[in-house]
Design a binder for this molecule. Sequence first.
Ligand SMILES: Nc1ncnc2c1ncn2[C@@H]1O[C@H](COP(=O)(O)OP(=O)(O)OP(=O)(O)O)[C@@H](O)[C@H]1O
Ligand SMILES: [Mg+2]
Length: 251
Amino acid sequence: MPHLQVASLKLYYKKDSSVVRAVDGVELAVERGETLGIVGESGCGKSSLASAIFRSFPQNVALFEGSVRLGDVDITRIGEEEFRKDYRWRRIAMVPQSSMNSLDPIYTVGKQMVETIQEHSDMSEREAKELSEGMLREVELPVEVFNRYPFQLSGGQKQRVMIALALILNPELLIADEPTTALDVVVQSKILRLLSRLSSERRMTSIYITHDMGVVSVVASRVAVMYAGRIVEVAPASELFANPLHPYTQS
Ligand SMILES: Nc1ncnc2c1ncn2[C@@H]1O[C@H](COP(=O)(O)OP(=O)(O)OP(=O)(O)O)[C@@H](O)[C@H]1O
Ligand SMILES: [Mg+2]
């Protein structure tokens, strides 16, 4: 049984008097421990698919239907309270698009990490601090970053903090939405290697969203191509390059 199985998933938005079909019948299966890449042109629905799986929606949702199975549980059927308590961040984590700018500027990195842990677990402040410091080491940041404010960090360091925050509760599924797009090429490849290492060490199932085929070939074993709200092609990363079927993939 696949670890994650998405079927007939739709997420539409209301916009003025029309409807935007951002996710329009997605079918997808990811095995446990596998890293799947999702590529597609801007606006094809990649981030919307991520938010549909993570169940974090904007106000103007017009339709959300279909199923998202994690193991044998359809998580679209779980009440919001239970989802918030047991799934979001604990079992499913996300590094959202442009997230390095979403750190709160007025709190230190450490405070934001400790708060995230305490919101979702019964850990004491001291335990949470220890876990945070350990996690900073895992993402290869100096432990002093704990006491720093976001403005004192580089873009790459902030993105490492976001990855540390996503992984801190040891999720089984990680969705990373364009985790390296805003960074320069050298920092990008370091972050990608870091994410690959952490995914395999933790046997995490991972989804990487990107519009960059080069990025995807570094991290993913299989690649799904998204176009106009649907997955139009899924293939091993190597095959997709050698023999692309869909016109979007070819281009
Ligand atoms: N909150 C919203 N309300 C209305 N339309 C939206 C909303 N969010 C996204 N859209 C639209 O839904 C479609 C899919 O957007 P989405 O952000 O999921 O695409 P994407 O593939 O992630 O694009 P990018 O590569 O630029 O990040 C686009 O047409 C977008 O304009
Ligand atoms: Mg996006």
